[in-house]
Design a binder for this molecule. Structure first.
Ligand SMILES: C[S@@+](CC[C@H](N)C(=O)[O-])C[C@H]1O[C@@H](n2cnc3c(N)ncnc32)[C@H](O)[C@@H]1O
Length: 301
């Protein structure tokens, strides 16, 4: 039997015919398996696969055909310009969360003169995606990240080391703000917390339900438990004018924004859309003091 790259691609497309995205899955599996860049799949069509590579491809295709996400099979996920390790202890970082990082970076950039070494806290860091993207894209940032899952933190730490960012992020195990000194303050608190309601279980895609860690997904019967806790405790850990940046579910975005609008602690509350035009990110400033948020979010004091 021919074991060329071209034959491997053909086999993969055939085995994954019923999966939602056969070509991109087949290409991702093959590039990861063989350590190639995408264009090389075409340029090196005649490259032979070893027996070991061919065997592993067969196992990977069987796993993908049974519904397992490509990222857990290859153990890798792209996030912004980072290539991260992922295991089933961490959520697969999502494209919409890249937009949350973008929002934070916009603020850090707009306030660079006023705040040259901003302290940034990422709550529920998982693979470390947000913390590491901020650390690598905004070198002056002083980054802290927490997660309740020690297994997730081990993945985040390994990612930091692999990316040469080991000295840039402080990793703390525990519930949201709990591992921090009680009065430690930050210019930015950012989080993509669990926000799915347990009653929405049936609406979730099968691969999410079966493979992603439930403690990364669910936040009580109404999906609001984690957000409530974070919004409640953030004022204590934000400097006056500091930024709170949260990812949330589209269907509850207005409700969560409503908690902050008009509340004593908050001003400049806005919802921002993701690339699909859905309101997924909430940004707000802690009242009082010089603002770290940019003027376009509302009048600065
Ligand atoms: C939706 S995932 C986000 C992971 C990562 N920040 C990302 O955007 O890809 C939520 C994370 O919050 C963590 N988490 C859940 N409950 C927590 C709690 N009470 N305290 C701290 N972290 C928690 C989970 O372990 C998980 O890693």
């Amino acid at each position: 039997m021919e074991r060329s790259l071209a034959a491997a691609l053909e086999l993969a497309l055939e085995r994954l015919a019923l999966s939602p995205s056969p070509r991109s899955d087949a290409e991702e599996l093959l590039t990861r398996l063989l350590g190639l860049a995408r264009p090389e799949l075409t340029l090196r069509r005649a490259r032979p696969l070893s027996e070991e590579e061919w065997g592993r491809l067969g196992q990977w295709l069987a796993r993908r055909a049974s519904g397992e996400p490509v990222q857990y099979i290859t153990g890798r996920a792209a996030f912004r310009h980072l290539d991260l390790m992922v295991t089933r202890d961490v959520l697969i970082p999502r494209p919409e969360t890249e937009g949350l990082v973008e929002a934070v970076l916009e603020v850090l950039s707009a306030q660079a003169a006023r705040c040259p070494a901003p302290r940034v806290l990422d709550l529920g860091t998982g693979s470390g995606a947000i913390a590491l993207a901020v650390a690598s894209e905004w070198p002056p940032a002083i980054v802290t990240a927490t997660d309740r899952s020690v297994e997730a933190l081990a993945v985040a730490r390994a990612n930091a080391e692999a990316l040469g960012l080991g000295a840039r992020v402080r990793w703390l195990a525990g519930d949201w703000f709990e591992p921090l000194p009680p009065d430690e303050k930050f210019e930015v608190v950012v989080s993509n917390p669990p926000y799915i309601a347990t009653r929405e279980w049936d609406e979730l895609p099968d691969d999410v339900r079966r493979f992603e860690p439930h403690q990364a997904l669910f936040a009580g019967p109404g999906g609001l438990d984690a957000l409530l806790e974070i919004v409640d405790q953030s004022p204590r850990h934000l400097v006056a004018g500091g930024l709170l940046a949260l990812e949330l579910a589209e269907r509850r975005a207005e409700e969560v924004a409503g908690w902050l609008e008009g509340a004593r602690d908050w001003e400049g509350v806005v919802l921002r859309d993701d690339l699909a035009g859905r309101p997924r990110h909430l940004l707000a400033r802690r009242q009082g003091g010089p603002a770290i948020a940019p003027a376009q979010w509302g009048e600065e004091r």
